[in-house]
Design a protein around this ligand. Structure first.
Ligand SMILES: Cc1ncc(COP(=O)(O)O)c(C=O)c1O
Length: 489
């Protein structure tokens, strides 16, 4: 349902008659932070599993975000005399100033999404005036000259090296996001093995099953362990039931909700045990979340093209810390010809999902990789893992159910009772659980603020004992659950 649009008045009559261009504090205080309106829409939706898929035959209430149509900023026609008075300019400046304030406040209270909000790209502000577009293949220059392919290929080389492919062995591109990486990786898999079945754990990101729907591929949802990792015993059963068809597998290098890392080696071993030779399977590694963290965790299974994998993708705006959504996709060069087409009008080759591609993103990635280097990322990974352990321990100390996978900085805990608290800290929730993803910008002080607010709120939510904290044993295991039943056990 569409709510009413809030029309922001372009300028008061009083100001117009004065011909003033300054922002009157009477009309608008740009330093005031707008409180988020809070009417969460409760939808009687179908039950959604971790992959964003609807579970057949079940339903549960899910809380949708607020309807933005109630607060959107209308686009208004400039007045005839605006060029002279500058009123519209002043009005827009005031809207932007207020928006900036909101961004500062929202950034301060963000914990639920795996975005590193700690960066300084001031040096790149000078590039804002250019329409940089890398349309076409990164390695073949198109006729459009305002591009950043030199940066893009430099970044791709860095990632290919990270995952053990030589310059002449890989192909890749800077995508618009991790989802595009998944769509591309799975498409390459399907082009290499046209009648392959897509296998992915039920806790895979929803984009994986979206790819299966888009490409009309048969897909199999594989069960998971309580950690969120793919259950290779179930994988084996599913593979044996479909032995006549090749397998295209999505392996999670960090699941969305629990930050679980699928055991790549065990996946490969299971395929081999089921009689799948290397030419009958294709593995895409979805490293959107931890693709850049895993190489720096000593105990982590190594993601490398020395193993029989076909592609790896990672999001650029997550751990790397890029202010616009982007990602990196790397595959073996021999696979890419299967889906490439030459395009005369571009003077380049079409092998990407999108046509026009953000040419600013590679420069941001190039800038941050240069500044931090492998050592810088390693330090940040260690800090995130330490801080995630701190949060998990403090939650448990406070009697709040919590779990942290060994290789992860995603702390899963009992879903806060009040939606207002969830929205204030921008937590991602599913069923009875919520999570905080500890990124480099998440400091101990921020975690302490969050913890003290949560503990204080909980004392009111569960004050009279009529409402009890939820049992989360089914989500994170009985040993991590501190509900009345499991605490007593
Ligand atoms: C495991 C996983 N894969 C893919 C994605 C999609 O990434 P993006 O939001 O960059 O499209 C996400 C997003 O959180 C994710 O957690």
């Amino acid at each position: 349902m569409v709510g009413s649009v809030v029309e922001v008045e372009p300028m008061s009559a009083k100001l117009q008659s004065r011909g003033a261009v300054e922002i009157s504090s009477e009309i608008f205080d740009p330093t005031a932070v707008v409180a988020e309106p809070l009417p969460p829409v409760v939808a009687n939706g179908a039950d959604i599993d971790e992959g964003g898929e609807e579970k057949k035959g079940k339903s549960r209430e899910i809380v949708l975000g607020r309807n933005v149509h109630t607060t959107c900023l209308a686009v208004t026609e400039p007045d005839a005399n605006d060029d002279f008075t500058g009123d519209k300019e002043a009005f827009m400046a005031s809207v932007l100033a207020r928006y900036r304030k909101t961004l500062i406040e929202r950034t301060k209270h963000h914990l639920g999404y795996p975005y590193n909000l700690d960066f300084d790209y001031g040096a790149l502000a000078q590039l804002q005036h250019f329409s940089i577009n890398n349309l076409g293949d990164p390695f073949i220059e198109s006729n459009y000259g305002v591009h950043s392919r030199e940066f893009e290929v430099g970044v791709l080389d860095w990632f290919a090296r990270l995952w053990d492919l030589e310059k002449n062995e890989y192909w890749g591109y800077i995508t618009n996001c991790g989802t595009e990486g998944n769509l591309h990786g799975i498409l390459v898999g399907r082009e290499v093995l046209p009648d392959g079945i897509l296998y992915a754990s039920r806790e895979s990101h929803y984009s994986v099953f979206k790819a299966a729907r888009m490409y009309r591929m048969d897909s199999v949802k594989v069960g998971t362990l309580v950690s969120g990792e793919i259950d290779c015993a179930d994988f084996k059963v599913q593979l044996l039931a479909n032995k006549d068809k090749p397998a295209i597998i999505n392996v999670n290098i960090g699941t969305t909700v629990k930050g679980a890392v699928d055991d790549l080696d065990l996946v490969i071993q299971t395929l081999e045990e089921c009689g799948f030779t290397h030419d009958r399977f294709y593995i895409h590694c979805d490293g959107a979340l931890f693709g850049l963290m895993m190489p720096f965790v000593k105990r982590a299974p190594k993601v490398t093209f020395k193993k029989p994998i076909g592609s790896v993708s990672v999001s650029g705006h997550k751990f790397v810390g890029c202010p616009m959504p982007c990602g990196v996709q790397i595959t073996r060069i021999e696979h890419i010809n299967a889906l490439s087409r030459n395009v005369e009008y571009l003077a380049s080759r079409d092998a990407t999902i999108m046509g026009s591609r953000n040419g600013h993103a590679p420069i941001f990635l190039w800038y941050t990789l240069n500044r931090k280097g492998y050592k810088g990322f390693q330090k940040e990974v260690q800090k995130c893992l330490r801080n995630a352990h701190y949060l998990k321990d403090r939650l448990l100390d406070a009697g709040i159910s919590a779990m942290l996978n060994e290789l992860s900085s995603t702390v899963v805990f009992e879903r806060p009772l009040e939606e207002e608290f969830v929205r204030r800290w921008q937590l991602a929730c599913q069923g009875n659980i919520a999570h905080v993803v500890v990124m480099p910008n998440v400091t101990i002080e921020k975690l302490d603020d969050f913890l003290s607010e949560l503990v204080e709120k909980r004392s009111t939510w569960f004050q009279d004992g009529k409402v009890q904290p939820p049992c989360v044993a089914a989500d994170i295991g009985g040993e991590s659950c501190l509900c009345a039943l499991h605490r007593a056990a």
